[in-house]
Design a protein around this ligand. Structure first.
Ligand SMILES: Cc1cc2nc3c(=O)[nH]c(=O)nc-3n(C[C@H](O)[C@H](O)[C@H](O)COP(=O)(O)OP(=O)(O)OC[C@H]3O[C@@H](n4cnc5c(N)ncnc54)[C@H](O)[C@@H]3O)c2cc1C
Length: 303
């Protein structure tokens, strides 16, 4: 089943949500991932996505985890795939590997240069320049349902929001069925992106624009995630979190977590009221914080 069909199906009787995992590096992380997957399973998320490490560094692990999710759980897995560091023939073989494991939902991304999102992008000599080309490639290769990334604050390398929006619209026109946004902390940024896409092309604007939400549980982890993704932490939020974290050698995670869960709950409630099609939670392979937000929203009680 496609992500879009699943969202429509789930959306008939409750607000759909989805979760994002990353492929684990060791046994302890592996155990944590499967605990999280088993916790979420009875809550019936619309889908679960599994990230793809920079430059294909998690290639085998991503394929194995999405395969296992498809084979051993009732969850609908979505495999991320990035173009960075891959030739077209390597990308073809990755897509073949997903198909062999029964995976037909793929989130296609360009990926970031090794040094991070702000480093100069250098295309693989036999690879692709932009994610839009990968949308075309994946669709050409068979029966795949493709999603893409979107950026409420604009992609960190983009200088012009209108051009950035046009690039998203191009990916949707090329056949992407939905997009998932980068994490953000100001709901107005999401709403403005939705308005820009709708104004640029109402047909593409009707496709699901799924907000990415990260329940904050640690200031240190948040800073790291924002450094990697290029997302901005609004100044007032950063002040509150810094004060809550305290000045001791270890941050006061209980206080930070409380602000993070309340914020994710408030943002989610507003996004639901504004008609967001699905809430996508970046879980970092922990179920507890996301489950707490869902409970606050009354979304787990309806399971
Ligand atoms: C939901 C989500 C999941 C992610 N998962 C992963 C993951 O699993 N692994 C990972 O490594 N990274 C992941 N990323 C990060 C992503 O790879 C980076 O943000 C990357 O920098 C952009 O990827 P893209 O697919 O949006 O690229 P593109 O759509 O190719 O855009 C890249 C830049 O080029 C610009 N652009 C696009 N087309 C054109 C054009 N024709 N002319 C000029 N400029 C153009 C865009 O505006 C943007 O600035 C994820 C991001 C999101 C939002």
């Amino acid at each position: 089943m496609s992500v879009v069909d699943r969202i429509a199906q789930v959306g008939k009787d409750r607000v759909p949500f989805s979760v994002e995992f990353y492929p684990p590096r060791d046994e302890a992380a592996e155990a944590r991932l499967w605990r999280a997957a088993r916790t979420f399973e009875p809550m019936r998320p619309a889908f679960v996505s599994v990230t793809y490490g920079a430059g294909g560094s998690t290639r085998d692990r991503t394929v194995r985890v999405v395969g296992q999710l498809a084979e051993t759980t009732t969850l609908l897995p979505v495999a991320h795939l990035t173009a960075v560091g891959h030739s077209v023939s390597e990308l073809r073989s990755m897509i073949g590997a997903y198909a062999d494991r029964g995976i037909h939902n793929v989130l296609v991304l360009r990926g970031d240069p090794q040094g991070g999102v702000h480093e100069e992008w250098i295309k693989h000599p036999d690879g692709l320049e932009y994610a839009v080309e990968m949308v075309e490639l994946v669709r050409e290769l068979g029966d795949f349902h493709v999603g893409v990334a979107s950026f409420p604050e604009g992609h960190p390398r983009s200088v012009d929001l209108e051009q950035d929006t046009a690039n998203l619209v191009n990916k949707l026109r090329a056949g992407a069925e939905y997009s998932i946004t980068q994490m953000f902390f100001d709901v107005d940024d999401y709403l403005r992106l939705r308005d820009r896409v709708m104004a640029a092309d109402p047909e593409q604007g009707a496709k699901p624009l799924i907000p990415g939400i990260m329940p904050i549980t640690s200031l240190r982890v948040l800073r790291r995630q924002c450094e990697l993704s290029g997302s901005q932490i609004p100044a007032d939020l950063l002040d509150r979190l810094t004060e809550a974290a305290g000045t001791g050698p270890e941050e006061n995670r209980d206080e930070v977590r409380k602000i993070g869960i309340d914020l994710a709950t408030e943002m989610s409630a507003r996004l639901i009221a504004e008609g967001a099609p699905c809430l996508h939670f970046c879980t970092l392979n922990f179920a507890k914080a996301t489950a707490e937000v869902l409970t606050n929203l009354g979304m787990t009680a309806r399971v």
